[in-house]
Design a protein around this ligand. Structure first.
Ligand SMILES: Nc1ncnc2c1ncn2[C@@H]1O[C@H](COP(=O)(O)OP(=O)(O)OP(=O)(O)O)[C@@H](O)[C@H]1O
Length: 224
């Protein structure tokens, strides 16, 4: 599915946190968002997911406008700022509950998914006892569990150990093989460069240099 962002602005108290962003992400592309803390990466991802109402401008997914509160992208999975899980449920129970809402995936599949993200489907520990990395792994599982066509991942490697980073790479590569469109933000530039077909640099809510290809990234950007 293609994502088209047209003249998108979001203003809070007179400050443009997104300022006339234009971006076209073709089907199957993996686009990395790069920028300092507070540059607008999360805000842009929230707009793509229909979680915020833009002050002006539009987001279209396959030509259909995303409108917060009215029209959400259907085949979209996201990991944005601590997804809500039930503290008294295990990893598997949480995913089973989410899946039951739509009823599209079964327990066997979810057990495999929990294993794939490096958790144990038979682990009886409740979510409230999870470490940060375990929570992050479960968040990734929830984002991809319904085999979405668009996946938005905000800092997927946060709190993850080396095996977790390797898992994120495997997940993105699986999504790529499936032809999903992926938007991700990651402060680890080496990881971002490794995973992305295209890197978009954002500064103060503006796309500073769209479609910066990994092989032409300037030295200066490496340290953001
Ligand atoms: N609800 C809000 N009200 C007002 N300003 C906000 C709100 N949410 C975010 N902002 C501001 O929007 C700007 C962009 O924030 P955003 O979270 O998109 O940055 P980011 O690039 O994702 O940063 P990070 O790398 O730290 O995750 C920041 O200046 C932030 O303070």
């Amino acid at each position: 599915m293609t994502i088209r962002i047209e003249e998108l602005s979001k203003n809070y108290h007179g400050v443009d946190v997104l300022a006339r962003v234009n971006l076209e992400i073709p089907t199957g592309a993996v686009v990395g968002l790069h920028g300092v803390n507070g540059s607008g990466k999360t805000m842009l991802m929230r707009a793509i997911c229909g979680l915020i109402r833009p002050t002006s401008g539009h987001v279209y997914i396959d030509g259909v406008e995303v409108r917060a509160g009215a029209s959400y992208p259907k085949r979209l999975g996201m990991l944005i700022e601590g997804p809500a899980f039930l503290p008294g449920y295990t990893a598997l129970e949480n995913l089973l509950l989410l899946a039951s809402i739509r009823g599209v995936v079964g327990e066997d599949y979810l057990r495999g998914l929990v294993t794939m993200v490096g958790l144990d489907p038979d682990d009886k520990r409740k979510y409230r006892k999870f470490s940060l990395g375990m929570k992050q792994r479960l968040g990734i599982a929830a984002a991809i569990m319904e085999e979405p066509d668009i996946v938005v991942l905000d800092e997927p490697t946060n709190a993850l150990d080396t095996s977790g980073v390797a898992m994120v790479k495997r997940v993105v590569s699986l999504l790529r093989d499936r032809g999903a469109t992926v938007v991700l933000a990651c402060h680890d530039f080496a990881v971002l460069k490794d995973l992305s077909d295209q890197i978009v640099h954002i500064a103060e809510g503006k796309i500073d240099e769209a479609y910066v290809f990994p092989d032409v990234i300037e030295e200066g950007y490496e340290h953001v």
